[in-house]
Design a protein around this ligand. Structure first.
Ligand SMILES: Cc1ncc(COP(=O)(O)O)c(C=O)c1O
Length: 465
């Protein structure tokens, strides 16, 4: 069949825009609904800005990731990294999908327990575990990932008080050669610090070493980094195990699997190519089978594999609707739009170039535009430069993916934080976090009696007069 005839047209070349060498027609591109819900109706019902979460995408992502690992390794646990997005409904969806909780603070531990996650399904990471929460975590059978020697001593003394040895996992830091090592967490492998910590555990009647953990960084674009991490962890494990005194039951490789977000240039290797998650799983399992051959030869079971993926699971399950509150032209001639969501709401704008879509048909060719947020701060730039059709006040924009690290790192600064809604698998919508209001913002304030009123007291009035 012949292609339909389209009248020839000319469009001006824009600096930075795709041209005839990389043609992608931007004209006509927009999205006015999310999973069957009109964006304008969502805003009318729940306000703007608005985070919109897809239950089906979240469940799909969790299943796909676990299946990818289970296809290659027999015993796999996914610890959901709470810090990535600890909205209760999101956590519970992932728990329903079989994820454990990976927490890094007293708050996150208490939240996981509040949601009903048993201690035995909580991985407790982080450098600050006060004695009170450690005691609770130990009594509830949580998996303790030890960060430093003082923490080890604290655990030992709690175990001694209880009269029962406590199982611990050692957090390791190591250099894979592929990414900047996260050397401030856990015990260093290359220097022998990890070996000393393991000896210290072995010598204590109150402690048992049963697991190894390391997290090599975030947005790891090179699967071989994990293979190297696992090679080093398995080598350490073989060093620990020969006399049978120590038996490592779990190897936790942390998080760091990338999402499809676009890192800004300063964080970007020469070109961002995100490998398939299946490929990571294959490389990781391959390295495990190789590194654990000593176990297999000795007829011993393979340790459990734990991964703590955050952004790869939730990032593309959430989008942000934001509205244009005004437009302007900057002194250098560029167009600018002020949005009602800035870096306070979309904290990850500091390191991602999110996809930004119009929600109505574009009128006019794309133009270089700066997207600002609503804060009275120069740093509040959502996007320094984007090619987008002319914007008008009242336009809604759809920003994605935004599911990772925004609902936890957002700032309560100047503005109320917006609502988060969930689109259920059947298309229904419910609020999973209410928008803040004056009452919420002031809930923690206290006014001593003499400051109950803003008016100056009579004697002060005289001074001020
Ligand atoms: C110990 C640990 N586990 C898991 C994660 C989740 O990382 P990501 O979202 O990159 O998968 C982090 C993030 O910093 C972490 O520190």
């Amino acid at each position: 069949m012949n292609k339909p005839w389209v009248a020839p047209f000319m469009s001006p070349h824009q600096v930075g825009a795709l041209n005839k060498f990389g043609l992608r027609p931007l004209r006509g591109e927009y999205q006015d609904h999310i999973e069957g819900n009109l964006i304008e109706e969502l805003v009318q019902a729940y306000g703007s800005p608005l985070f919109v979460t897809s239950e089906s995408r979240l469940r799909h992502n969790a299943r796909r990731l676990r299946r990818a690992f289970q296809n290659h390794y027999p015993d796999v646990v996914h610890g959901w990294s709470y810090k990535t997005n600890y909205t209760s409904a999101i956590c519970n969806i992932l728990h329903q999908e079989g994820c454990w909780a990976e927490v890094v603070s007293r708050f996150e531990y208490e939240k996981a327990r509040m949601l009903g996650v048993p201690g035995s399904r909580i991985l407790f990471n982080g450098p600050n575990k006060p004695a009170e929460i450690l005691r609770r975590a130990i009594s509830e059978g949580a998996h303790l990932h030890v960060d430093h020697l003082d923490e080890l001593s604290a655990i030992e003394s709690i175990a001694q008080d209880r009269g029962q040895p406590v199982a611990v996992t050692l957090r390791l830091n190591l250099n894979t050669g592929y990414s900047e090592p996260w050397s401030r967490f856990g015990f260093n492998l290359e220097s022998g610090e990890a070996h000393e910590a393991a000896r210290r555990i072995e010598l204590s009647p109150h402690l048992r070493l049963t697991g190894l953990h390391s997290h090599i960084g975030t947005f790891i674009l090179e699967p071989r980094a994990y293979a190297e991490q696992i090679r080093q962890m398995c080598e350490f494990m073989a060093w620990l195990e020969p006399d049978g005194q120590v038996r490592i039951e779990s190897l936790d490789i942390g998080g760091g699997l990338p999402s499809q977000n676009a890192l800004q240039g300063i964080y970007l290797p020469p070109a961002q190519v995100v490998p398939e998650l299946d490929h990571y799983a294959e490389v990781i399992a391959g390295a495990l089978h190789q590194g654990l051959s000593h176990r297999v030869q000795a007829g011993l079971p393979l340790p459990r594999l734990i991964f703590e993926s955050g952004r790869a699971v939730v990032d593309d399950a959430q989008q942000l609707i934001t509205s244009v509150v005004g437009t302007k032209r900057l002194p250098d001639g560029r167009r600018a739009a002020v949005l009602d969501a800035g870096v306070n709401t979309l904290f990850t704008a500091f390191w991602y170039n999110h996809q930004v879509k119009l929600t109505r048909p574009p009128v006019g060719p794309p133009q270089e535009t700066v997207l600002y947020g609503p804060l009275c701060m120069n740093i509040d730039v959502v996007r320094n430069s984007i090619q987008i059709a002319p914007l008008r006040q009242g336009d809604r924009l759809l920003v994605s993916p935004v599911g990772a690290y925004n609902n936890t790192q957002w700032l309560q600064f100047i503005e109320y934080r917006p609502a988060i809604v969930l689109i259920h698998e059947d298309g229904q919508v419910s609020v999973i976090r209410r928008a803040e209001n004056l009452e919420v913002m002031c809930a923690q304030d206290e006014l001593p009696e003499h400051l109950a009123q803003p008016d100056p007291q009579p004697w002060r009035q005289a001074v001020l007069a």
